[in-house]
Design a protein around this ligand. Structure first.
Ligand SMILES: [Zn+2]
Length: 508
């Protein structure tokens, strides 16, 4: 007895058996029930999602002796003939090998005659996008006004290659990738019917590999059944398909998040031991982080992620442990590093570098928080170090209000050997505002001390009033380097920023 592969053995014979595509199935059944089936249908979608299967079930439904019916009986001679591929009124044409104008002429000649035994002639053209443009043109007229006894059903994986003139004459059905849950349920049922016990984790691996294509998964399942016998375990599936199990990827991801580089390297070593394809591995790891990121972002990740419930729960648990910016930062570094690994002559080295870069991320703090903290530090430092002591009353010399453009002159008149403490209060505040105001600062020069040329009215408007001081610009300039030295001893990074400070305005 010849062996029938699962994909053929388990091909759906009725609408109910179709895996996924619920909306399309319902639309077709409604059209059949209402007698509103158009004479041209086109099914598009990735390989193995059920395009030809749906076309064949439609053929059955239209030609069933009980029909046309949304539920073909599968027992009448017409249904059985179509099921066995023996119906004389069902023409299945492979568009890839019969793509010329002559084939279409022959077809047109053929459909001039009434069906032999069934109600309708059904023409199924698979991979219809492969037809030549002449062939398409030859079809146009027939599609425009098809004979009552003919139905055209086209299937294509590349809808964009089908001329618009054809598309506009057909009703379009775009098949979706089949969801993981549906695939898992389908494969588990199949294994049961074959008398094989299969671990849920093993099914998950196959479902992951199938990537939404029922047939791809079935081919893998065939391979796995041959290798494993009556009992299928996840490790064996990983072995036979050359996959890394989810657990290894998850361990690796968690090691990176925890900043445990040695554990991450150990896991990487293990992955290499499996001889896994680098591209595959990097894409697995990245999709792990993507799932985690979705769980960080969303309260109900199940609606966005097509994953088993327990996987989502696990991701949500990990997401609870790490703040979003950390996961995001790490994901970003990995994305860049692993992408590089795919093109590197030393992929392993590139991956290791990406890991090392990733663990450096640590806990990421939002900039807004850092700025608030910086603000506090500066304010605290100003009060502690530079504020005049209570015994020393603040000096405020009242002078005539100078014209706005006249600040430097005013500063000169005010300059009266004032205490260092007040001078520094203003400098600290000026520097702080430049740090925070960023682009509002007029100019940043590297030659250190503030310069009066930079004073502008524009900046004056943007800044808040500075504490009154009787310090002159020249004095500030003179004492600025000493002040920076003072800061450098305490906060080297802040000293570097202050060195670039310029005077924006000097008030009162
Ligand atoms: Zn029937």
């Amino acid at each position: 007895m010849s062996y029938l592969v699962l994909a053929r053995k388990s091909r759906p014979q009725t609408f109910d058996e179709v895996v996924g595509q619920k909306i399309i199935v319902r639309t077709l059944q409604n059209a059949l029930a209402a007698g509103r089936v158009p004479h041209g249908l086109i099914f598009s979608g990735i390989r193995g999602t059920g395009k030809t299967t749906l076309a064949r079930i439609m053929a059955k439904a239209l030609n069933c002796e009980q029909g046309p019916t949304p539920t073909p009986c599968n027992t009448c001679s017409s249904c059985r003939d179509i099921g066995a591929g023996a119906s004389v009124d069902l023409h299945e044409i492979d568009g890839a090998s019969n793509r010329g104008i002559q084939e279409i002429r022959d077809l047109k000649e053929n459909i001039r005659f009434m069906p032999t035994s069934a109600r309708f002639k059904i023409i199924i053209i698979d991979e219809v996008h492969m037809l030549t443009s002449e062939a398409f043109n030859a079809l146009l007229k027939t599609l425009e006004e098809p004979p009552d006894h003919v139905y055209f059903m086209f299937a294509t994986t590349e809808l964009h290659k089908v001329p618009v003139t054809i598309l506009s004459r057909c009703q379009r059905y775009e098949l979706q990738r089949v969801g993981r849950r549906e695939l898992a349920a389908h494969y588990t049922r199949l294994a049961e019917s074959e008398g094989i016990t299969i671990e849920p984790a093993a099914v998950d691996l196959i479902v992951r590999e199938a990537a939404g294509s029922v047939r791809d998964g079935l081919s893998l399942l065939d391979q796995v059944f041959s290798y494993c016998g009556d009992e299928v375990k996840a490790e064996e599936v990983a072995e036979v398909l050359g996959l890394v199990s989810d657990q290894v990827i998850a361990d690796l991801g968690e090691a990176l998040l925890a900043g445990d580089i040695s554990r991450a390297m150990e896991q990487l070593n293990q992955v290499y031991g499996y001889g896994m394809n680098i591209k595959r591995f990097t894409s697995e790891l990245l999709s792990w982080f993507r799932h985690l990121l979705f769980c960080c972002l969303n309260k109900e990740p199940g609606r966005l992620l097509d994953l088993p419930q327990e996987d989502i729960a696990r991701f949500a648990e990990i997401a609870g442990k790490y703040p979003l910016p950390t996961v995001y930062g790490l994901f970003n570094i990995l994305l860049e590093g692993l992408e590089r690994a795919n093109y590197s002559s030393q992929p392993r080295l590139a991956i290791e570098m990406a890991f090392i870069g990733a663990v450096q991320v640590g806990d990421v703090q939002p900039v807004s928080e850092l700025l608030v903290r910086l603000d506090k530090i500066i304010a605290g430092a100003g009060q502690e170090i530079f504020m005049p002591s209570s015994s020393e009353p603040p000096r405020k010399k009242k002078v005539d209000q100078p014209a706005p453009g006249d600040i430097s002159e005013k500063a000169q008149t005010e300059f009266q050997a004032d205490p260092v403490k007040e001078q520094k209060t203003e400098q600290v505040q000026t520097a702080k505002k430049q740090t925070l105001a960023g682009k509002d600062a007029v100019a940043v020069t590297s030659d250190g001390p503030p310069s009066e040329e930079k004073v502008t009215n524009h900046a004056e408007k943007k800044l808040e009033p500075v504490q009154r001081t009787t310090m002159g610009l020249r004095d500030i300039k003179r004492r600025w380097p000493a002040f920076i030295d003072y800061v450098r001893d305490r906060k080297p990074w802040m000293a570097a920023t202050l060195q670039k400070a310029v005077t924006v305005t000097l008030e009162n």
